[in-house]
Design a binder for this molecule. Sequence first.
Ligand code: ATP
Length: 268
Amino acid sequence: MMNKTPSTPAKIELRHVTHLYLSAHRAFMAVKDINLRVEEGEFICLVGPSGCGKTTLLSLIAGLEKPTSGELFIDGKPVSGTSSQVGYMLQQDYLFNWRSIEDNVFLGLEIQGIRNKETEEYALHLLEEMELVDVRRSSPTQLSGGMRQRVALVRTLACQPDVLLLDEPFSALDYHTKLKLEDLVFTTLRRHKKTALLVTHDLSESIALGDRVTILSRNPGQVRMELTIPPAIRNALPFEARNQEGFQDVFHQVWKEMEVVSDASKGN
Ligand SMILES: Nc1ncnc2c1ncn2[C@@H]1O[C@H](COP(=O)(O)OP(=O)(O)OP(=O)(O)O)[C@@H](O)[C@H]1O
C-alpha cells in the first residue's frame, strides 16, 4: 500500500451512504450510513451475513445504483455512473461459448471501443500471466471452472481499470482450485497495483487476501468492524498466510464478530 497524507483523496470513499430499495408496496433500507475509505493499492475484503448489503455496496461503487443519500467518490470525484476506471467481476463468469477465449477477452475492449493492436497485446500478456495463453483459441466449454474464472478476470483487467470489484469470484470453485486461484489473483492484482474490494462468505479467504477485513451487520447493513491484517500474514501469499502465526487469532476475532452480527439479525 502507498503512503498517503490525510488530505490525499482516497481511491474509493463512501461518506454516510444509505440505500433504500423501493417497490410499489415498501421501502427497504439495505445499507445505512456507510463510511468507508480505501486507499490506492489496498485490497479490502467485505464480509457479513447474507443480505447485509455487500453486493449493494459494490453496485453503488460501480455506479450501477445511485445512493438514496450520502456520497461516493473515486479519486475524489463523485461517482455519477459506470466508468471504465472500475472493473466488476461476478461469481458467474458470463463467457460466451460461441467465442474463443481470446475473443471473449477482447469483448470488453470492443464494448469500450478500445480494441487495437496495443490493447490486444496487453490482453494476451495477461492471458500469459494467468497461464491461459495455450488455450486462447479454445472454446470456454473446453475449460474448467477455475480456468473460466481466470479468463473472466483477464477480460476485466484487459480494460485496465484501477479499481476491481470482485463479488464472490471463487465461491463456485472446488477448494483446491480456489486456493490456487487466490494466490494467482492476489499476485496479479498487486503486480498491477490495483485497488480491490472483494466480497466473500469465506472468513479464512478474507484474512488470507485482504489488507483489511470490513465486517458488516445486517438490517440495515452497517460497518460493524474494520480489522487490519497483521504484516506477518499480509506479507505472505494467501495459501501460506493461513499457516502464519496469528492467523487463527484473527480468524477467531472475525468469527466472534460474525456470530454477534448473525445473532443480532435473527431477531429481525
Ligand atoms: N433490487 C432489489 N430490490 C429490493 N430489495 C433488494 C434488491 N437488491 C437487494 N435487495 C435487498 O437488500 C438487502 C441487501 O442485499 P445484497 O444483495 O446487497 O446483500 P448481500 O450481503 O450481498 O447478500 P448475499 O451475501 O446473500 O449475497 C437484502 O435484504 C436484499 O433482499
